[in-house]
Design a protein around this ligand. Structure first.
Ligand SMILES: [Zn+2]
Length: 271
């Protein structure tokens, strides 16, 4: 009992020494036990692997759209990710999916452009993915797993010294939800809702219409009803009324942020 108490105390103390951070936009305090720089380094190399593994789309319309969205979103998240070396890549994959990684690496599968009805809807999905990164949800998830495995395995005091032992490519890709099977949830519901809220504010600050965030969730829902194999994005992001209700609740604030952005009339040239 004493040993367990000691371990629990150590786990509780380590975060204070290891790193407590405030999630942007929501201000929630969260714990990080893993090495920030290491996560970024590994994320960049995983992104490079994906660029080798999947065909990169040369579709001019999709690439133009993603470039514009990237410019606008990276500007509004600048202070939440000041060290990011942004890269936005369209992968020629029919799946409906998008992801963002530490270091500012963003991938969008061409399938997403087919379902999204306008640029605001694509921006909404990407803003949600970037929100997971600025909120350091991958760090938090790995830290939570580390704390649990440390408390569970009495005697593993050495493993608690740092998060290094837990930080493997496998663990990281699983935390991102990028495993080949794409099975299960990448993040728990609380993190998904937090990314929804932060993403909504980001897209609004970038001048996009936040109301499109709800419409794209509904479009994804309709797609999964038609398709016997649900889109990849939905296997990690099951829609639920809770998510839509939260977006509706936050809508007045988001519309206010958009009005303040001064970016509403940013010209979008369609050829
Ligand atoms: Zn998500």
């Amino acid at each position: 009992m004493k040993v367990i108490f000691f371990l629990l105390a150590a786990v509780l103390v380590t975060p204070i020494l290891g790193g407590c951070y405030a999630v942007p936009v929501t201000g929630r305090r969260a714990v990080n036990l893993v090495d920030d720089k290491e996560v970024t380094k590994m994320s960049i190399s995983m992104f490079d692997d994906m660029k080798r593994q999947y065909k990169i789309s040369r579709d001019p319309a999709m690439n133009d759209q993603l470039r514009r969205i990237g410019e606008r979103l990276s500007k509004v998240v600048f202070w939440d990710m000041p060290d990011a070396d942004w890269e936005f890549v369209v992968f020629d994959v029919p799946q409906i999916n998008a992801f963002a990684m530490a270091g500012g690496k963003v991938g969008v599968f061409s399938g997403l452009f087919k379902i999204a009805r306008n640029e605001d809807q694509v921006a909404s999905v990407i803003a949600h993915e970037i929100a997971h990164v600025t909120a350091k949800h991958v760090h938090e998830k790995l830290s939570q797993e580390l704390a649990i495995s440390t408390v569970g395995a009495v005697g593993m005091i050495g493993g608690m010294a740092s998060g290094a032992s837990l930080l493997t490519v496998d663990a990281l890709s699983q935390a991102y939800g990028l495993t080949t099977t794409m099975g299960g949830l990448a993040f728990d519901r609380r993190k998904e809702k937090e990314a929804d809220y932060i993403g909504l504010m980001y897209m609004a600050r970038a001048g996009y219409n936040p109301e499109e965030a709800i419409k794209v969730l509904e479009a994804l829902d309709a797609e999964s009803a038609n398709d016997p194999v649900p889109p990849a994005f939905l296997s990690t992001h099951p829609s639920n009324p809770e998510r839509i209700l939260q977006l509706m609740d936050a809508m007045p604030k988001a519309l206010e942020e958009r009005a303040k952005s001064g970016m509403i009339s940013a010209p979008i040239i369609i050829r």
